[in-house]
Design a protein. Structure first.
Length: 746
C-alpha cells in the first residue's frame, strides 16, 4: 500500500516532499520500502518540490565511500531479489565477487526447487561450473609406457650402458654393471623363491648392494618391502609379520634375529662370479612393485601396495617436470623406508642419469652434505624443509644449476625466499604414500607471496570436496582427494582400511576412485591448490608421517602409564617437536627419560616425544573424547626431561659439552650418563649441537655424537684427540668448521 502511494505521488508534479513524508509517515515505514521501485527523477522533482518560503534544488549525491570491506545489500522487487555488493578492491576482485553471487544464486534456486533437501546436499555450483572445475585443472591425461618398472629399467640400461649410474661408499657402477649385478641377484632370489608374486624384505645399509637388491627383487618377479635397519627390532618384526614376507635380504652371513624369530629365511648380498640372467616372468603392470609401511592410527603400521604402473607413470612425469635427464646427478639422502627414496634411486636409472647415495652418518651432518654439493657435480637434491634449513645453517648458498625439490611437510615462505635468492630452482612437492610419492608439483618463484602445491602431475586429479563428498567452489576450504593412475592398490591385508580411504565418488563427469588424504585445502582462482593443515590427528614431522594414535598406543602399552596423549608443539627454539602427555598408573612414578627409553624399543626415533608433561587427567570434550586443543604447552620445554639420577659434569670439558647440550635442547638439568636421544634430541638438534661444538673449538662432528651419545663418553673421546678447553671463540667460517674450527685471532 505504501509503495503504491509513493509511486503515485511521484507522478504528480504538485506533490511536495514535505507533504509526502507527512502523509505517509515515511520515517517509520522506510525500512519496509522496496527502494528499487521508488524512481527518483531528480530533474522532475526539482521542478515540483515546493516548501513555504524556500526555493528547492535537488542534486545527486553519489556514494563515494562505504563503511565495510564487504557489504551485501539484498533488495526485493516484483521480479525477484536484487543483490548489490560493495567491496574493498584492495582485498577482493570483481571475478571473486561475481563468483560468490553466482554461487548464492545457484543455492537459492536449489532451495526454491526443493526446500526439503538437506543443507549438506544443496549445491553452490551448477552442473556446468562443477564439470568445468573437475576437468579444466585436471586435464592431465598423457600417454606413458604400459610396462613394469623392471622393463623400464632394462630399456634404460640398454640405452645408457657405459655411463655412470650409481655411486656409493662401497662402489661406483655404470648402468650396464648395475643391470648385470641385479640380474645375478634376481637369479639368486629365484633359486630360493621360484614362483613370482612374493614379498621380499630389504634390510641393508646405504650401499650399491641395497639398490642391486631392490632391482633384483623386481626382476625376480617379486615385491620389495623396504626396512630401515636402524628402527627398533620390535617394529621391524611387526612389519615382516604383517607383510607376510617370504624372505629378507641382509648384510653378513646370518639374517637378523627378528627375522629368524619369525622363521623368515635370509638371502645375503653375495653374488656368484658367473652372472646369469633370471627367468623373466610375465608380470602385470598392475602387480605390486613395493609395499611400504606408514604409521597406523591404532598402533599397527599399515602397508601401502604400489603397482608398477603407478611407479612408471610417476617416474615418466617427474622426468618432464621438475625434469631429469642423462646429464643430471641426484644426491640421495632418504632412507628406503621413506617412499620419496623411489625418486632418488629409480629416476636416474630410467633416464640415464646418476644417483649418489649419501652415507647414513653424512645425512645428519649438514656440513658434509654442503661439502658434497660444493663439488659441483650434483644437479638435484630432494629433501624436507627441515633438512634444507639445516643446509642453510651449514653455509649452503644455492646457486643457478642446482634444482631443489622440497616436500614432506609445509614449506615456510621465508625458507623459500632464502633458497631461491641465489638463482637456484625450487620445486614444492606434495603427495601421500597412497598416491605414489608426489601427486602435485609447483615451481616456486623468488617473488612468490603464497606457497601452493601447484597442479597435479600426469594422469592425476586433485579434487577438493566437502564432508558430503561434493565439489566445493574456488576459494572454499574442503578436503583434498586424489585420483588417477598413481593410486595404490590399497593397504596390504587390510580391506577395511582400504575401503575407508579409497572410495568411488560420484562427480558431475561420472564416478571417480579417489583417495581421501585428510588434508584441508582450497583451490585458488588460478587453479593451484593451497594446503591448510589436517582434518585428523595425523601429522608430518621432518618429513615423516606420524599417526599420533600410533605413539599413544605404544605409550598406553607401558605398565607405568594409565592414559596418554601426544601432540605437536613448538619447542623453545621454535622448531616443532612431539610432546607426550601422561597420566601415570596408580602408584607409578615414570620419568620422561625412562618413558623415552621404553618407546625407543618400540618406535622409530622420529616418533618418540622429546618433551613431556605429567598430568592427573587428560582434558576431555563434552562428549568424553580427548580435547587435544586443551592440552597444555610445556613452559619453554625447560626441565622437560626429568632424570632418574642426574650426574653432574666432572671436568671442564664435560661442562663445555653440557652447556651446549642444555642450550640446544632447552633443558636446565643434564646428566652426563644420559644419551643424547633419551634427552629428546632429533636429527636437527644433533646437527645444531655438532655445529655449536665445532664453533666452540671441539673437533667433533655428528658422527662422533652418534658413536658416543653421552656427555661422559663424548668427553672421553674428545680428550683422546687432545681437544683443549679455551676461551670463548670467534665463530668460524665453513672451512674453519671442517678443519676443526681453529680460532682466528681478531
Amino acid at each position: 500500500h505504501i509503495r503504491d502511494q509513493v509511486l503515485a505521488a511521484f507522478d504528480h508534479q504538485d506533490t511536495t516532499y514535505g507533504a509526502l513524508v507527512q502523509s505517509l509517515d515515511i520515517d517509520r515505514s522506510i525500512n519496509r520500502l522496496p527502494l528499487t521501485e521508488v524512481q527518483f527523477n531528480l530533474e522532475k522533482l526539482a521542478d515540483g518540490l515546493r516548501m513555504d518560503g524556500l526555493e528547492v534544488t535537488a542534486a545527486p549525491n553519489r556514494k563515494t565511500a562505504v563503511n565495510f570491506d564487504l557489504f551485501f545489500n539484498v533488495i526485493e522487487s516484483r521480479d525477484g531479489l536484487r543483490f548489490d555488493v560493495d567491496y574493498n578492491s584492495d582485498l577482493f576482485d570483481e571475478a571473486t565477487i561475481a563468483r560468490w553471487i553466482a554461487h548464492l544464486d545457484t543455492l537459492l534456486q536449489a532451495i526454491a526447487e526443493d526446500s526439503e533437501r538437506s543443507v549438506q546436499d544443496l549445491p553452490l555450483l551448477n552442473l556446468h561450473e562443477a564439470h568445468a572445475l573437475e576437468t579444466h585443472w585436471n586435464a592431465t591425461g598423457v600417454d606413458y609406457p604400459a610396462v613394469t618398472l623392471t622393463e623400464l629399467l632394462r630399456e634404460a640400461a640398454t640405452r645408457h650402458g657405459d655411463t655412470p649410474a650409481l655411486e656409493a661408499q662401497d662402489a661406483c657402477l655404470t648402468h650396464a654393471e648395475l643391470d648385470a649385478q641385479s640380474d645375478a641377484m634376481a637369479a639368486k632370489i629365484q633359486r630360493r623363491l621360484p614362483e613370482p608374486g612374493a614379498r621380499v624384505a630389504v634390510a641393508l645399509d646405504r650401499t650399491c648392494a641395497m639398490v642391486v637388491a631392490l632391482m633384483g627383487i623386481l626382476k625376480a618377479g617379486h615385491t620389495y618391502v623396504p626396512l630401515d635397519p636402524k628402527q627398533p627390532e620390535d617394529r621391524l618384526k611387526l612389519i615382516l609379520e604383517t607383510a607376510q614376507c617370504a624372505a629378507i635380504i641382509h648384510d653378513g652371513d646370518t639374517p637378523p634375529a627378528y627375522a629368524t624369530a619369525l622363521g623368515v629365511p635370509g638371502i645375503d648380498t653375495g653374488l656368484d662370479g658367473d652372472f646369469v640372467r633370471p627367468v623373466q616372468h610375465d608380470v602385470s603392470p598392475d602387480a605390486a612393485a613395493y609395499v611400504i609401511f606408514t604409521s597406523g592410527s591404532t598402533g599397527t603400521p599399515k602397508g601401502v601396495e604400489i603397482p608398477h604402473r603407478a611407479v612408471v607413470n610417476f617416474l615418466t612425469s617427474m622426468a618432464k617436470a621438475p625434469g631429469f635427464d642423462a646429464s643430471d646427478s641426484i644426491l640421495a639422502v632418504t632412507t628406503i623406508s621413506f617412499d620419496i627414496a623411489v625418486l632418488e634411486i629409480f629416476l636416474p636409472l630410467v633416464t640415464g642419469g646418476r644417483s649418489v647415495l649419501a652415507r647414513s652418518e653424512d645425512v645428519i651432518d649438514a656440513f658434509r652434505l654442503v661439502e658434497r654439493l660444493e663439488q659441483g657435480d650434483i644437479t638435484i637434491l630432494q629433501a624436507t624443509p627441515t633438512m634444507w634449513q639445516m643446509l642453510l645453517e651449514a653455509g649452503l648458498k644455492p646457486k643457478t644449476g642446482l634444482k631443489m625439490l622440497i616436500g614432506g611437510e609445509p614449506l615456510p615462505a621465508d625458507l623459500a625466499q632464502q633458497l631461491t635468492a641465489g638463482g637456484a630452482e625450487l620445486w614444492n612437492m606434495y603427495g601421500p604414500t597412497e598416491t605414489t610419492i608426489w601427486s602435485a608439483t609447483h615451481r616456486i618463484e623468488p617473488v612468490a607471496q603464497r606457497i601452493t602445491i601447484g597442479y597435479p602431475i600426469a594422469n592425476t586429479s586433485l579434487q577438493v570436496l566437502s564432508e558430503a563428498d561434493k565439489l566445493v567452489p574456488v576459494g572454499v576450504i574442503g578436503e583434498l582427494n586424489i585420483g588417477g593412475d598413481g593410486l595404490a592398490l590399497g593397504y596390504f591385508g587390510r580391506p577395511d582400511l582400504t575401503e575407508t580411504a579409497f572410495r568411488d565418488v560420484a562427480l558431475s563427469g561420472g564416478v571417480e576412485r579417489l583417495y581421501k588424504t585428510g588434508d584441508l585445502a582450497r583451490r585458488l582462482a588460478d587453479g593451484t591448490i593451497e594446503v591448510l593443515g589436517r582434518s585428523d590427528s595425523q601429522i608430518k614431522l621432518r618429513g615423516f608421517r606420524i599417526e599420533l594414535g600410533d605413539v599413544e598406543a605404544a605409550l598406553r602399552g607401558l605398565a607405568e602409564v594409565d592414559k596418554a596423549a601426544v601432540a605437536l608443539r613448538k619447542g623453545h627454539d621454535g622448531s616443532p617437536q612431539l610432546v607426550g602427555y601422561v597420566v601415570p598408573s596408580a602408584g607409578a612414578q615414570p620419568t620422561p627419560a625412562a618413558l623415552m627409553r621404553a618407546l625407543q624399543e618400540k618406535l622409530p626415533a622420529y616418533m618418540v616425544p622429546g618433551a613431556w608433561v605429567m598430568m592427573e587427567k587428560l582434558p576431555q570434550t563434552l562428549n568424553g573424547k580427548l580435547d587435544r586443543k586443551a592440552l597444555p604447552t610445556p613452559q619453554q620445554q625447560k626441565a622437560a626431561v626429568a632424570l632418574v639420577s642426574s650426574v653432574a659434569p666432572q671436568t671442564p670439558l664435560e661442562q663445555r659439552i653440557a652447556d651446549i647440550w642444555r642450550d640446544v635442547l632447552g633443558l636446565e638439568d643434564i646428566s652426563t650418563h644420559e644419551t643424547l636421544f633419551a634427552l629428546g634430541a632429533d636429527s636437527l638438534k644433533v646437527f645444531r649441537i655438532a655445529s655449536r661444538m665445532l664453533a666452540d673449538g671441539l673437533d667433533l662432528d655428528a658422527r662422533d655424537l652418534l658413536q658416543h651419545p653421552t656427555i661422559r663418553e663424548l668427553a672421553a673421546h674428545a680428550a683422546q684427540r687432545s681437544v683443549k678447553p679455551r676461551a670463548k671463540p670467534v665463530r668460524p667460517s665453513l672451512k674453519d668448521f671442517r678443519r676443526g674450527a681453529r680460532r682466528v685471532s681478531s
